[in-house]
Each structure stands twice: as structure tokens, then as C-alpha cells.
Design a protein around this ligand. Sequence first.
Ligand SMILES: Cc1ncc(COP(=O)(O)O)c(C=O)c1O
Length: 433
Amino acid sequence: MKGRFPWWPEWQKKKSAYAHAEEKQVDPDRFNTICAGTGLPGIHQKSTFKFKDVADGATRFLGHSLSGEKPYARIYTRLGNPNTEYLEKVLFQLECDHIIDNALKADEAQPTIASLVFASGMAAISTIIMGFVQPGDCIIVGNVYGCTDSFMRYLQNRFGVKIVFVDATKVDDIARAIQENPNAVAVFVESPDNPTLQLCDLEAISALTTPEEIMLIVDNTFCSPYLQQPFRLGVDVVVHSLTKYVNGHSTSIAGAALGPFEFFSQYVFPVYKDFGPTPSPFDSWLNSLTIQEMGVRMKHQCETAQVLAEFLESHPKVKRVWYPGLKSHPHHQLAQRQMRNGGAVISFELKGGFDAGVSLMNFFARPDTPMELAVSLGSVISYIEHPASMTHAVVPEADRLQRGITDSLVRLSVGVEGFKTLSAALEKGLQLS
Ligand SMILES: Cc1ncc(COP(=O)(O)O)c(C=O)c1O
């Protein structure tokens, strides 16, 4: 909505000068180098920090950054902590390596993008939205994670925000929603979406939202910065559940958001300070540790997923496979443009219907199989789940079926066990289904 965001003109200047990139992916070696990092701090398990003197405390309360720390650093952990700050910097470099380079070359004094780490992915999503939304606004929302969906409905029911749900994989549907809703202030999408792994054309959506001054927010959880860096595609705000690939070991819940510096410092950070969606220092330290090998484990997971998807596609018990790395996927070409590869999540439909899905799930619930029957993703352990009875059970049946979430659809998050182990286990499970 034109004129709604005072920070937009400044962001637009920087976005067009520094954020767009012909090269859609950061170089893999550079990616691993940033992940590995140097100087991982020890654990600052502290709630408060000692000031040098009154002037030091007063300066920090004014939000001035001393010795390169972020504004409001070293006051109180709800506002920031050295462990969280370290992780924020790594994520900032992974998503914005090219922006940092461009801004430095242009001698830019102010940062272009801010990075904040949260106690969960949902804390990141809800805080970002609460940072700008007001009654009467409209948010256009694609196929999103269940809790994001219900948070949007909560805003609609309690705060008079209009939520327009669209199939964001169809650019024309977004164009129509923008045209019909002149009060649209944001478009919120996931790509690939969950669980059918369909992609949104982020560059095409950005071409619609940018001239209208509508913020394009992308939940990058399914990709992580390893597979997709949305600022290169014209996105304005990126959110993550770090619980998935960044943690990679299912040992903590955390989230992150990155976006225009002016927007974050004037709108998001005040809400962050007052809502308190802050992660614990230990969880930030843990994620700073696990992110070190994210590129290495994800490369292995994605390579396994590609061959496993091909194996499943030719299996007589499998009706259909949804995996962006397969030529049969409706958005395969877009995936090649937008993502580093097809990712490490595969969904597939069984010929035997609901009962076949249940029997495959129950096979993997056994302790002697190399997967867990669990709903998360992104871990070194493979997880298998049944969306119709688990993650998407709350979606009305008609909507569920229209989105391709049939009773026999199974979602598999590929871990690091390797193709031989996983294909042998799937073969056994499929024989029983
Ligand atoms: C795409 C997506 N976004 C956000 C979330 C929420 O993240 P968290 O569980 O860390 O709050 C999830 C959780 O599964 C997710 O899959």
C-alpha cells in the first residue's frame, strides 16, 4: 500500500542498489566458510550485563552500538546476548553475503539488513507481523504452516486485519488479490510449501509487490539459506524456523527474521523488546555450533533425497512423488532457477490409500528402522509422517484435497543415513503396506 511504510523509500533505494543479484546462490565454499565461522563465543548464560559506569549504561540505553555490537547490546538478555548476536551475524552473512559486499563497495554508512534471532520460528513470524500490522490492513497469505495460518486467522478475528488466502504458487492469483485489496500491506508465502513442495515464483511475486510498496515476506524454513537466499530474488523480509535445518539435530526450538534495517530498528525491535520472544543463550550457542556443518550435512541430505525420490518414483507401490528435483514436478524448472537443488524433503502418495499410509508409518514407528515417525524436518535423522492424520489434520478435508494432501500422502524428511540404508528400509516398509 503506497505511503504506508515511512521506511520504504530508503529500503527501495538500497534494495535496488545492493540486494538484487544475477547470481542466485552464494558459492558453496563461501557458504561453508561462513557457516564454520571463527570466534564462536563461550556460553554467556547471563540475564544482565555489568556497565563500566553510568555513561556506558546511559549510552547503551540510547541504543548506541559500542565496539561493533548491535544497538541495545550488553544491557539485558531479553534485548540481546553475545551468543544470540553471534548467530545473528552468521545468518546475516549467509543470507546477505552479496548485500554486504555491495554496500561496503558503495561506502554505505548504515547497515542495509538487520538480523534477529528468536525463541521459535513462530515467535519470529508473529513478532514481525506485530511490528507493522494495524486494523484495516490486508495481508495476502499463501499455503502456509498450520500455526502461521491460525495466527493470521487470530489477527483477522481479534484485530480487524483482513487475511486473504491465495494459492501463491499461481502468480495470477496474487496479482488478482493485490488488485482487489488496495489496503494490502504484505504478502506472506512459503516456498516450497508444505507438504506438496510446490514453489512460488519469488521474483515474479516481487515484481508485483515492489511497485505497490507491499512487503514480500518469505518463510525460508524448508530451504534454509543453503538452498535459497530470498533477498537475491527481490524479497523484503525473510523468516526461518531454525528448529529445522539450522539446528539439524532436533535439539532446540528457535527462529530468525531478517529485513530492512530501518523497518527492524524502528518497528520490529521495539516489539521484540516488549514481547520478549528472546532465545536462551544456550540455544543460540547450540545453533551457532550446529550451523557450522549445515552446508556439509545438507549437501549429503539433498543428494540422498534426489536419488531416493527417483527410487520412489519408479516403485510399483508409489502413485506419485512430489520432489522439486524431479523432472515430473510441476515447478522443476523454477526450482532449478531459484533453489540450489531439490532439497531434502520428499512427499509421496501410495497406491494403497490411507491404510497403506498407516501401515508404512507404523513400520517406521518400530525401533529397528532407520527413521523416526515424527513431524519435524531438517534433522540428521530421517523423519516420516502422515500429513492427513498429523500435521494437516486440522485443514478442512475439501481444502486439504484441493491442495493435493490426499489420505495416502506421506512426507519424508531425509537425514544423513544414506541412500542404501533408506531405500532398503523403504522397500521393506512398502512391501508391508
Ligand atoms: C514452514 C514452517 N514455518 C514455521 C514453523 C514454526 O517454527 P517453530 O516450530 O520453530 O516455531 C514451522 C514448524 O514446523 C514450519 O514448518
